[in-house]
Write a protein that binds this ligand. Sequence first.
Ligand code: AMP
Ligand code: ZN
Length: 132
Amino acid sequence: MDCIFCKIIHGDIPNYTVYEDDYALAFLDIHPLVKGHTVVIPKVHAKILLDLSNEIVCDFFVDVKHVMELVENVFHPDGFTVGWNHGEAGGQVVPHLHVHILPRWDNDGGGNIHSIINNPGELSVEDIAKLF
Ligand code: AMP
Ligand code: ZN
């Protein structure tokens, strides 16, 4: 498969590995947004979270937590922003699920999840709730 992250898993493309086990590989982002910017990917190819079985999701997110602990121990950040871009509209460029772990520091100049978009549309929250 022509997937850059699968090639990293298979060792065809080098990476700076932070952690690896049967379920996940974590490596330093090649274009870090902040010191210690790390991405965690599942070992099985899946573009989006919805493509993974619940069993794999559980193992994968235990590893995401573990990688956060590793980054915490190295950099002692004041906090984290953690998330992933889902689909092209969500900003996903590499079509293999990857969770971004961004260590954060007080007054580091970065934004938070509220700065991603501010375009709530016309429907009220009450109307939206009725759709469920
Ligand atoms: P996105 O798909 O927008 O969530 O982001 C893809 C991320 O993968 C970007 O932050 C890239 O810097 C990173 N990336 C792409 N290729 C590599 C690579 N070979 N090694 C490490 N990180 C990479
Ligand atoms: Zn892949």
